[in-house]
Design a protein around this ligand. Structure first.
Ligand code: G3H
Ligand code: 13P
Ligand code: ZN
Length: 331
């Protein structure tokens, strides 16, 4: 039986993007796959008084079961109310790859869906996105499209190199499809290896510094389509603190480089209204679990290693909302 997101207590992204655009900040979109990530995200955004987009990928649905995930989302909204977190929460499908998947999510209570046709020929992307918008808007659900290709690894999609979004195509795409927001490619990519070391320079602490994002493309898109909500995928910073903790406790992450926080801060002040973060959360959790196992190899109560991992993830989210996205303290 179909259920509306309104019955579950979610909101679509319309109002939160309007407020983010006016306030010069970006709403965080955090991916979750399990209970501890969800607790950290709700408490992190609740305590920092930030709007929240809870993201579920196709891979997350396969991992955790779609019915369970949706009910976890519903439970999270109830928990937020109980704890008096007065923040809007959207439940969003990340990288939806078909019309059927988007419809299934909308019917099961998602308030926002992404249809990622970025790997299709342009006209096919337009046709598919328009079809999803037609269905979603009948249910008051927001739709995110994507134009341009991010390099890196997504769930079922692998792109060897990025193809930057063309501003004139973006203008045409938005007009033809009626999407509510658009993910663009300006140099970010998914995962922990966003830039090759030979693309980077080293700062005086020896940390790899990647080339800047293509703000010229972003500005041209803003000029052509003023006040239209833009989305940045692949926006984790790959914080050296957690990469080091992993490597110092038996892990092997070589030359992992993310998007510098000052670049994201600049983007968040522009038409970028949504910033996607998954890898940073994965790194925090892995770093904490590795540290705890190194320090106490006899530990076998999951609460003793998942609990601290969850708490550190919450703290990372609070810091990111405050210092990078600027979404903290708005509700
Ligand atoms: O962009 C992809 C997200 O990080 C989701 O990753 O498909 O492995 O769940 P996943
Ligand atoms: P990161 O891999 O940089 O966290 O990006 C996540 C993302 O774009 C989810 O859609
Ligand atoms: Zn993404």
């Amino acid at each position: 039986m179909a259920v509306s997101y309104k019955e579950l207590g979610f909101v679509n992204t319309q109002e939160m993007f309007k407020k983010a655009m006016e306030g010069g900040y970006a709403v965080p979109a955090y991916n979750f796959n399990n209970l501890e990530q969800l607790q950290a995200i709700i408490n992190g955004c609740g305590r920092s008084r930030s709007a929240l987009i809870l993201q579920v990928s196709k891979g997350a649905r396969n991992y955790a079961n779609p019915i369970l995930l949706r009910n976890m989302g519903k439970g999270a909204v109830e928990m937020a109310r109980e704890l008096a977190y007065d923040i809007p929460i959207a439940l969003h499908l990340d990288h939806g790859d078909s019309y059927g998947l988007c419809v299934s999510c909308i019917e099961s209570g998602f308030s926002s869906v992404m249809i990622d046709g970025s790997h299709l020929p342009y006209e096919e992307n337009v046709t598919l996105t328009k079809k999803v918008v037609g269905y979603a808007h009948k249910h008051d659900v927001s739709v995110e499209g994507e134009l341009g290709v991010l390099s890196g690894i997504e769930d079922d999609v692998q792109a060897a190199r990025s193809v930057y979004t063309q501003p004139e195509e973006a203008e045409h795409f938005i007009e033809k499809t009626g999407v509510d927001s658009l993910a663009i490619s300006i140099g970010t990519s998914h995962g922990a290896y966003k830039f090759k070391p030979d693309q980077c320079t080293r700062n005086k602490e020896g940390v790899l510094v990647p080339p800047p994002l293509r703000f010229d493309i972003l500005e041209e898109i803003e000029r052509r389509i003023p006040r239209f909500p833009i989305v940045l995928h692949g926006a984790s910073s790959v914080l050296p603190k957690y990469v080091d903790l992993i490597n110092n406790n038996g892990g092997v992450l070589e030359a992992a480089v993310g998007v510098p926080e000052d670049q994201l801060r600049r983007a968040a002040k522009s038409a970028v209204c949504k910033i996607n973060v998954d890898s940073d959360g994965r790194l925090v959790v892995t770093a904490m679990i590795r540290k705890i196992f190194s320090e106490n190899p006899a530990e076998f109560d999951p609460r003793k290693y998942l609990g601290p991992a969850r708490d550190e993830l919450m703290n990372m989210i609070i810091e990111k909302n405050k210092k990078v996205l600027g979404s903290a303290g708005r509700y």
